[in-house]
Design a protein around this ligand. Structure first.
Ligand SMILES: *Cc1c(COP(=O)(O)O)cnc(C)c1O
Length: 229
């Protein structure tokens, strides 16, 4: 078995164990393999091990991999910061965007989504307490942004995403995930049918699953440590 295949199996086991510990079904959590910085060959090794959904942070890199793997029916998720002058290739090549933090970006994605593709699935990125990056909307702006997104014709609003500050303490890991889940429940109670909580990475997926994650975004634990040029 390749290293990527055995890493994938180990990650799937971690997800299943965390789900069971939380009284959830393992199938309620889907695994997004974050392939940023890794070549297409690594993606195809993961595909051979049964992985279908991949996440990318950089527009050009993601578009190149999506085009080069077009015969494999993969599902590409854009999870990185998105500038307004880069929305078109994202609208044309990705199935999901997790990192919507302002309405202007969402309006451009909706306008640029090609008619022959299904609506773009989107999550609002929220800057929960202790956010590592400075990105994401403020928690008290999330409901209004969700309402505006839900009205855009070529987007389908699915849920919320966050990237909390890394921590080694399991209790500290859970607090921001809980905050995101409570916000998700509040928005659902306001009448928007959200079904997706995109939270949890290699070091904290157990805490995220315990707090209700439905998509975990895992890079390092599958592909190894990234090296930036
Ligand atoms: C890189 C990245 C990940 C994967 O992080 P790992 O720690 O390598 O698992 C997940 N989500 C986002 C938004 C990322 O940028």
């Amino acid at each position: 078995m390749s290293a990527i295949a055995s890493n994938l199996q180990a990650v799937r086991t971690r997800i299943a164990d965390a789900a069971k510990a939380a009284g959830r079904s393992p199938e309620s959590v889907s695994l997004l393999a974050v392939s940023k910085t890794w070549p297409l060959g690594h993606v195809l090794e993961a595909v051979a091990a049964g992985q279908v959904a991949f996440g990318e942070n950089y527009v050009q890199e993601g578009v190149e991999k999506a085009e080069a793997s077009a015969g494999h029916s993969l599902i590409w998720h854009f999870i990185g910061p998105l500038q307004s002058n880069k929305t078109r290739p994202v609208a044309e090549h990705f199935a999901w965007v997790h990192s919507i933090e302002r309405l202007k970006i969402a309006e451009r994605l909706s306008a640029q989504r090609p008619d022959h593709l299904p609506p773009l699935q989107v999550c609002v990125q929220v800057n929960v307490s202790g956010e590592a990056s400075k990105s994401g909307c403020a928690p008290d702006e999330a409901l209004e942004l969700c309402r505006a997104l839900a009205a855009l014709p070529r987007l389908r609003l699915r849920g919320l995403m966050a990237i909390p500050e890394p921590s080694d303490d399991p209790a500290a890991q859970r607090a921001p995930f809980r905050q995101l889940r409570e916000l998700f429940e509040h928005i659902r109670a306001s009448g928007l049918p959200l079904d997706t909580l995109s939270m949890g990475m290699s070091h904290d997926l157990e805490a995220a699953v315990a707090e209700g994650a439905t998509i975990v975004r895992i890079g390092t634990a599958i592909f190894g440590e990234r090296h930036y040029a």
